[in-house]
Every structure is written in C-alpha cells, then in structure tokens.
Write a protein that binds this ligand. Structure first.
Ligand SMILES: Nc1ncnc2c1ncn2[C@@H]1O[C@H](COP(=O)(O)OP(=O)(O)OP(=O)(O)O)[C@@H](O)[C@H]1O
Length: 248
C-alpha cells in the first residue's frame, strides 16, 4: 500500500509561560497508508489531538516533519484539500443559524461552484453518509447527535479529501451509533480509498475497525502494530495497563 502521510521525529513543545513548557509530542514517527484506518490511542493528555492539529496545520510543529503526498511544504490550501478533520461535538461544529446543507456545501461555494451543482452534490454526500437529502434543510439542533456527525462527515468529504482525521468523533455518541459511524467510515475507506486517522478512547472500537494502531503515552509513541497485535498481544507495559483498565 502507498504511503500517503509520513510523520518523522515530530516534536511539539507548548510554551505555556516563560519558565514552563510542555512537551506534548516527543519524537513521534509513523506513516499512514492509502486506504487504511490508523487508530491512535492513549490516555487523556498523551498527545493524540496535538498530532492531529499538527497534521492539519492548525498548530506549527516544533521540530521534525510531517509530509502529505502531493502537498508542498507549508501550502495550506493544498493541505486543506487533502486532509479534513471531524471533531467530537458535531452540533457545535455547525453554525446554529444555517442549515446542515449550507454547512456541507460551504467549502464548495468558497471554490466558486454554482448553486445547482452544490445542491446536487450535498444531496449525494448526505446519501453517501446514510442520510436522506431532505436533511440538507434541517438545522443542527433538529437532528440527533449521530445524524449530525454523519452530516459533519459529509461536510468533511465535500472537497474529496484523501485523508480524514476523526478526533474522538464518536465519543459523544452511544455505542450503537458509534458502531454505525465506524461502519460508515469503513464503507468510505472501501468505496473512496479514504485513509482515516481515528483517535479514540474506545479500544473495542479500535480493535474492530482499525487496520493498525499506535499507542501514545506522555507524548511518546510506545507501541505500534496491527490492531490485533497491539490489543491481543501488547508488548509495552503501558499498553498492557491501558488494555487491562478497559477489559478487566
Ligand atoms: N495550546 C496548548 N497550550 C499548552 N499546552 C497544551 C496545549 N494543547 C495541549 N496542551 C498539552 O499538551 C498535552 C497533550 O494534549 P492533547 O490534547 O494532545 O492530549 P490528548 O491525548 O488528545 O488528550 P484527550 O484524550 O484528553 O483529548 C497535554 O499535557 C496538554 O495539556
């Protein structure tokens, strides 16, 4: 499988005050292959979201490098077209005064695409994500959390990115809806060859749906491998504890 994203010796230091700083990510290297779902797990504060924010260019990298295939260094426009992100709180991520359809089509409008084409595309995107096209007329507060997360995924897919980063995107949803959203991501991976980075606390979901997993602890990557290897046969003590705390 082709490598689509490569992180090499990535470090992120946050300077909180003059005398104190936090090494949120410490010498992390990994790669994402085309059409795979890569899970990132680890306790709260272990650096998972910081990795996601560096990949999308929301925050700068202190040292090391993250390269995305066919994206020139520091070209934010190219990066935005290739990498999209979905967050934990779908309702809050939409403008409450605008319809879901408006939110889904906004990036296309910004590209100068005409309204009829956008409306058609929004309907297709909603269908792809398991919602009827009538949902385009609804407001974020008029739909369930799971439906809103589907709409958020539709919005992220509007400009046909190759990489989707889901940062705790299922965490606020109940278990059945979490599984449905994961099944949608797997469908998109198969149909669109989408590569997904799935940041999640739920190891059972990660084992079920991710191809490979990396485990973060205090900013360091302590283990990586296939989901089955890491979860059924963890080598690192931290991973063992993480798994025991969930399954015991
Ligand atoms: N903007 C910031 N300024 C200072 N410190 C930060 C900032 N953002 C994150 N940190 C710190 O970096 C570390 C890693 O945070 P991060 O949000 O990446 O963890 P996480 O693994 O995603 O946690 P969670 O699972 O709770 O979302 C934490 O110690 C956090 O307090």
């Amino acid at each position: 499988m082709d490598t689509i994203l490569k992180a090499e010796h990535v470090v992120k230091i946050f300077d909180t005050q003059k005398k104190s700083s936090t090494k949120a990510v410490d010498d992390v290297s990994f790669e994402l292959r085309k059409g795979e779902v890569l899970g990132i797990v680890g306790e709260s504060g272990s650096g998972k979201s910081t990795i996601a924010r560096m990949i999308t260019g929301l925050i700068p990298i202190t040292s090391g490098e993250i390269s995305v295939k066919d994206v020139q260094k520091k070209n934010k426009r190219q990066l935005y077209d290739k990498v999209q992100m979905v967050f934990q709180n779908p309702v809050g991520s939409f403008n409450p005064r605008k319809t879901l359809g408006y939110g889904i089509g906004e990036s296309l409008k910004n590209k100068g695409i005409n309204k009829d084409v956008i409306d058609k595309r929004v309907g297709e995107l909603l269908n792809l994500c398991g919602l009827e096209k009538e949902y385009a007329k609804k407001y974020p507060h008029e739909v369930s959390g799971g439906q809103c997360q589907r709409a958020a995924i539709a919005r992220a897919l509007a400009i046909e990115p190759e990489i989707l980063i889901c940062d705790e995107a299922t965490s606020a949803l109940d278990v059945t809806v979490q599984k449905q959203i994961m099944e949608l991501l797997i469908k998109l991976k198969k149909e669109k060859e989408l590569s997904v980075i799935f940041i999640c606390h739920n190891l059972a979901l990660v084992q079920m749906f991710c191809d490979r997993v990396i485990v973060m602890c205090n900013g360091k990557m302590v283990e990586s491998g296939t989901a089955d290897e890491v979860i059924n046969n963890p080598k690192d003590d931290y991973t063992k504890n993480l798994i025991d705390s969930v399954y015991c």
